[in-house]
Design a protein around this ligand. Structure first.
Ligand code: HEC
Ligand code: HEC
Ligand code: HEC
Ligand code: HEC
Ligand code: HEC
Ligand code: HEC
Length: 496
C-alpha cells in the first residue's frame, strides 16, 4: 500500500493532523447545525466561523513543522549533507504524497474561502454586534430593537460600504474584543464615537437630503405632575424639516444645514460636543459668517487648537437608533395612550420617582418597582388599591417595561449619559448653537426665534385649545412669567 513520506510519521505532525481532522469534522457539524437552524445561539457562529477554523489552521501548520523537524533529526543522526526532497512521481509514495497534498490544499482553500466569507458575514451581523458582547452592547441593542431602524443592520451605519472602512472597523473591532475580554471598556460606552464614518456615506445610502421638503406634524399632550389641579396641555406644531433641496435655491427649513450648497463648521470644547463657542457658516452666496458665543471667551489661537468639525446628520440625529428616553417623555406618552392610567392621582411623579431611583441591576429594579408604586398608594390613598386595582397593576407593568428599555444599571446607561440633540426640551440639542447667545462681529445673532424651526398651530389646556394655521406665539403651560425666553428649557426640564 502506498504510504506518505516517512517524515510525516512524527508525533508533532500526527497530533497536528489529528487536531485538524477533529476540528474540520466539528466545523462541518456546526455548519450543518447553523444552516438547518438548530440553534439561535450567537456563540455557535463565533465557534463555527472564527475559533474552530483558527484551531484547524493551527493543526495544519503543525504538520509541516513536524515534518521539518523530523527530517532534520533523521539527517543529523545519519550525518548526511542536507539535500532537498526529490519528487519522483514514479515512486508510489511520492505520488500519494503529492495527491494528498494537492487535494487537501484545494479542499482547504474552498473550505476556508467559504469560512472566511461566513466569518465576514457573521462579524457584520446584528447578532454578532448586539448579542455576543451582550452585557456591553445590551443597552444599544435593546434600544436599537425598539427604534425606527430595528431592521437596519448595525454595520450599515457603523461601517458602511467599501473595503477601507471595513478594514478600519475590523482593526477597531479587534481592539474592542480585547477591551471586552480584559474588562477595559468604559462604562457607559463613550459617546460620540470619535471615528464614526461621515454620515453622508452611511445615512445617505437610504435618506437623500433633497427629499426633505415638507413639514412634519408633531402632536403632544402633556400631563401635569399633579393631575388633580390642572388639565393636560396640548401642543400641535409643524416641524419645518425642509431645506435640503439645493436645486430650489436657498429653501427654508431645518435641513438647510444639509443643503449641499451650505456648509456649517464648528468647534466644541468638550468630548460630547455640547459646548460650542465658535461656528462658521458658508451660505449659497459663498460668504462666510462667524458666530461666537457671548458667554464663553476663547481667543482665536485657543479655538484653532481644537478640531473643527463639519456638521453632518449625526450632529442633530445622534440618537437615530439608540434612544434612551427620559421619564418625562416615556411616562407622559404612555399616559397619553392610556398604558399608564392618567387618572391615577400623582401617577406621573410616582412613576418618574420609581424609574429614576438607583438600582444595582435591572432585575432588582423590576422587583422593586411594584412595591414602590403600591406602597405609595397604601400611604396616600389606600382605597385605590382595591377600587383601581387593574389600573394600578397594568400601569406597573408599563413602568417596568419602560425601565427595561431605557435604564441599564450594569452599564450605567440612562438618558443623562446620552444627550439627544434633536430638540431642546431636556437636552440642549439645537440650543447648543441657536440659544440667542451666538453672534457675529456685526452683531447678527444666530436665531433663537421659536418660529424658524416650527410653527405652533394648536395649543392650550385640552378642551380649551386655541388654533391658528398661521401659527401663534408659544404660551408656557405653567406660570413662570416669560422666563422661558431667557433661560434654556433644559435648565429647568431635566427629563425627570
Ligand atoms: C441608523 C444607524 C445605526 C444603526 C442601525 C446602529 N447604530 Fe449604533 N450608533 C449610531 C449613531 C449615530 C451613534 C452615535 C454616534 C455619535 O454620537 O457619534 C451610535 C452609537 C453606538 C454606540 C456607542 C454608544 C452610544 O450609544 O453612543 C454603540 C456601542 C453602538 N452604536 C452599537 C450598535 C449596535 C450593536 C448596533 C446593532 C445592534 C447598532 N449600533 C446599530 C447609529 C446606528
Ligand atoms: C439601510 C437603510 C438606512 C440607513 C443606512 C439609515 N436609515 Fe434612517 N431610516 C430607514 C428606514 C427604513 C426608516 C423608517 C422609515 C419609516 O418608518 O417610514 C428610517 C427612519 C429614519 C428617521 C425617522 C425616524 C422617526 O422617528 O420616524 C430618521 C430621523 C432617520 N432614519 C435618520 C437616519 C440617520 C441619521 C442615519 C445615519 C446614521 C440613518 N437614518 C441611516 C433606513 C435607513
Ligand atoms: C440641524 C439639524 C439636522 C441635521 C444636520 C439633519 N437633520 Fe434630519 N431632522 C432634523 C429634525 C429636527 C427633524 C424632525 C424631527 C424628528 O424627526 O425627530 C429631522 C427629520 C429627519 C428625518 C425624518 C423625516 C420624516 O419625514 O419623518 C430623516 C429621515 C432625517 N431627518 C434624515 C437626516 C439625514 C440623512 C441627515 C444628514 C444628511 C439629516 N437628517 C441632517 C434635524 C436635522
Ligand atoms: C453647530 C451649531 C448648530 C447646531 C447644533 C444647530 N444649528 Fe441650525 N444653524 C446653524 C447655523 C450656523 C445656521 C446659519 C445661520 C446663518 O447663516 O444665518 C443655522 C441655521 C438654521 C436654520 C435656518 C435656515 C434658514 O432657512 O435660514 C434652521 C431652521 C435651523 N438652523 C434649525 C436647527 C435645528 C432644528 C437644530 C437642532 C436639531 C439646529 N439648527 C442645530 C448652526 C447650528
Ligand atoms: C433651532 C430650531 C428651534 C428653535 C429656535 C426652537 N425650537 Fe422648539 N423644537 C425644535 C425641534 C427640532 C424640536 C423637536 C421636534 C421633534 O421632537 O420631532 C422642538 C420641540 C419643541 C417642543 C416640543 C417639546 C417636546 O419635545 O415635547 C416645544 C414645546 C418647543 N419646541 C417650543 C419652542 C419654543 C417655545 C421656542 C422658542 C423659545 C423654540 N421651541 C425654539 C427646534 C427648535
Ligand atoms: C424656569 C424654569 C423653566 C423654564 C426655563 C422652562 N420651563 Fe417649562 N415648565 C416649568 C415648570 C415648573 C413646569 C410645570 C411642571 C409641572 O407641574 O408639570 C413646566 C411645564 C412645561 C410643559 C408641560 C409639560 C410638563 O412637564 O408639565 C411644557 C411643554 C414646557 N414646560 C415647555 C417648555 C419649553 C419649550 C421651554 C423652553 C422654551 C420651557 N418649558 C422652559 C419650568 C420651566
Amino acid at each position: 500500500m502506498p504510504r506518505l513520506p516517512s517524515s510525516v510519521y512524527n508525533p508533532l505532525s500526527l497530533v497536528g493532523a489529528g487536531i485538524a481532522l477533529v476540528s474540520f469534522g466539528t466545523v462541518l457539524v456546526f455548519f450543518a447545525m447553523d444552516m438547518l437552524g438548530y440553534t439561535d445561539s450567537p456563540y455557535l457562529g463565533i465557534f463555527t466561523y472564527m475559533i474552530i477554523p483558527a484551531v484547524l489552521i493551527l493543526g495544519l501548520l503543525l504538520i509541516p513543522v513536524g515534518m521539518y523537524w523530523e527530517r532534520r533529526r533523521i539527517k543529523k543522526n545519519k550525518g548526511e549533507k542536507r539535500r532537498f526532497m526529490v519528487l519522483d512521481l514514479n515512486d508510489p509514495r511520492n505520488r500519494m504524497a503529492v495527491m494528498v497534498f494537492t487535494v487537501g490544499t484545494m479542499l482547504l482553500i474552498v473550505v476556508s474561502a467559504a469560512g472566511t466569507y461566513q466569518a465576514y458575514n457573521y462579524s457584520e451581523s446584528v447578532e454578532f454586534c448586539g448579542e455576543v458582547c451582550h452585557e456591553v452592547m445590551y443597552p444599544e441593542y435593546m434600544a436599537y430593537q425598539h427604534s425606527p431602524h430595528a431592521r437596519v443592520p448595525c454595520a450599515e451605519c457603523h461601517i458602511g460600504e467599501g473595503a477601507d472602512w471595513f478594514v478600519k472597523a475590523k482593526i477597531s473591532g479587534a481592539y474592542q474584543v480585547y477591551s471586552v475580554v480584559f474588562n477595559k471598556y468604559h462604562k457607559p460606552i463613550k459617546t460620540p464615537i470619535a471615528n464614526l464614518r461621515p454620515a453622508r456615506e452611511t445615512c445617505e445610502e437610504c435618506h437623500w437630503p433633497s427629499k426633505f421638503s415638507s413639514d412634519k406634524k408633531l402632536e403632544k399632550v402633556y400631563f401635569p405632575l399633579d393631575t388633580a389641579d390642572a388639565q393636560p396641555w396640548k401642543i400641535v406644531m409643524d416641524v419645518k424639516i425642509g431645506g435640503g433641496q439645493s436645486e430650489l435655491g436657498p429653501t427654508e427649513g431645518i435641513h438647510w444645514h444639509m443643503n449641499t450648497a451650505n456648509d456649517v463648521r464648528y468647534v466644541a470644547t468638550d468630548d460630547r460636543r455640547l459646548d460650542i463657542p465658535y461656528i462658521e457658516s458658508t451660505g449659497l452666496d459663498g460668504k462666510t459668517k462667524i458666530f461666537r458665543a457671548r458667554d464663553i471667551a476663547f481667543s482665536d489661537e485657543e479655538i484653532a487648537a481644537f478640531e473643527m468639525r463639519k456638521m453632518d446628520c449625526i450632529d442633530c440625529h445622534n440618537r437615530p437608533s439608540h434612544i434612551y428616553y427620559p421619564p418625562f417623555r416615556t411616562v407622559n406618552d404612555a399616559m397619553a395612550v392610556g398604558r399608564i392610567a392618567p387618572d391615577l392621582p400623582n401617577i406621573r411623579a410616582i412613576a418618574s420617582h420609581a424609574l429614576t431611583r438607583e438600582y444595582d441591576s435591572q432585575r432588582q429594579a423590576l422587583r422593586t418597582i411594584p412595591d414602590l408604586v403600591r406602597n405609595n398608594y397604601r400611604t396616600h390613598a389606600p382605597e385605590l388599591l382595591e377600587t383601581r386595582r387593574t389600573a394600578i397593576d397594568s400601569s406597573i407593568v408599563e413602568i417596568q417595561r419602560i425601565y427595561e428599555r431605557n435604564f441599564f444599571p450594569s452599564m450605567l446607561v440612562t438618558w443623562k449619559e446620552y444627550p439627544n440633540n434633536i430638540g431642546h426640551m431636556y437636552d440642549e440639542g439645537c440650543f447648543r448653537c441657536h440659544d440667542g447667545q451666538h453672534v457675529t462681529d456685526d452683531g447678527e445673532v444666530l436665531s433663537n426665534d421659536c418660529n424658524i424651526c416650527h410653527t405652533i398651530i394648536v395649543q392650550g389646556p385640552q378642551g380649551e385649545t386655541v388654533s391658528s394655521l398661521d401659527g401663534m406665539p408659544f404660551r408656557h403651560p405653567a406660570d413662570i412669567d416669560e422666563v422661558w425666553r431667557e433661560v434654556p428649557c433644559s435648565d429647568c426640564h431635566l427629563g425627570e
